[in-house]
Design a protein around this ligand. Structure first.
Ligand SMILES: Nc1ncnc2c1ncn2[C@@H]1O[C@H](COP(=O)(O)OP(=O)(O)O)[C@@H](O)[C@H]1O
Ligand SMILES: [Mg+2]
Length: 227
């Protein structure tokens, strides 16, 4: 049983701590002991997609008993210079990565997912970790959350087994997100940054929506017209 003291991140479902004996390892514990167990689904799914050769997924290490219950360990993500990597939401907020660049990055992740028939259900900008690979601003994305099936049942298991079904699902999610974006845009007349990054991620299949989005985002955040 290990102690967990240093909290480094938190989402809706889990708290993420540093491993007390290894600064290169994070331990994810559930906030509420409830089903579906995101840790269990992630472990299951990462096993299924082991053949996909990609930097997009964090390396899974295994289970550990903790003072906060069962914890799933992953490698901690670091930049080229040894700094801990931060979510893309952080880099947008600190103007390290322009909104447009973030949006294009989300699009890339989605195209990759569709090509590889990898399931993605939540491209929330806190789930996309930016691993900076050099001092010039280049980076790769690590999806620390929001991949795989959202829950496990016969239908989602079929999607995992049959690539065509996975691709149909990804396209469906893209449409759903376009609707979300449209609603937000209509309601607010603009988009806040996290929503913007998230929504455009899924507009890749709809050029009109994408163009409108870039226009709104650029006007809102950069005071200029869309390219
Ligand atoms: N492997 C990791 N390395 C570094 N930071 C991480 C890692 N996994 C998660 N985090 C941090 O913890 C936060 C929450 O993790 P996440 O898995 O998204 O939890 P939840 O399922 O509750 O949303 C992330 O936004 C990120 O900042
Ligand atoms: Mg998350």
């Amino acid at each position: 049983m290990i102690e967990l003291a240093e909290l480094i991140g938190e989402g809706v479902e889990r708290r993420v701590y540093l491993h007390p004996d290894n600064a290169g390892v994070v331990v994810k514990v559930l906030k509420i002991d409830d089903k579906p167990d995101r840790n269990e689904i992630e472990e299951w799914y990462l096993n299924k997609v082991r053949h996909v050769d990609t930097p997009f997924f964090p390396k899974i290490i295994g289970w550990e008993d903790t003072i906060h219950g069962k914890g799933l360990m992953f490698e901690r993500i670091f930049d080229f210079n040894g700094e801990p990597s931060q979510p893309i939401a952080f880099h947008i907020a600190n103007n390290n990565i322009s909104l447009q660049k973030a949006l294009r990055t989300c699009l890339d992740v989605l195209s990759w997912a569709e090509k590889q028939a990898v399931l993605v259900y939540d491209l929330n900008p806190n789930n996309l970790l930016v691993r900076r690979t050099d001092p010039d601003g280049n980076f790769e994305i690590v999806l620390v959350d929001g991949f795989g099936p959202k829950r496990l049942n016969w239908r989602t298991k079929l999607r995992v087994r049959i690539p065509t079904l996975a691709r149909v699902r990804i396209r469906w999610i893209r449409k759903r997100e376009i609707r979300t974006w449209d609603r937000l845009y209509k309601r607010n007349g603009s988009l806040d940054q996290p929503h913007a990054a998230r929504s455009v991620a899924v507009t890749s299949g709809n050029d009109a929506a994408k163009a409108r989005f870039f226009e709104a985002a650029k006007a809102r955040f950069f005071g200029e017209a869309a390219p």
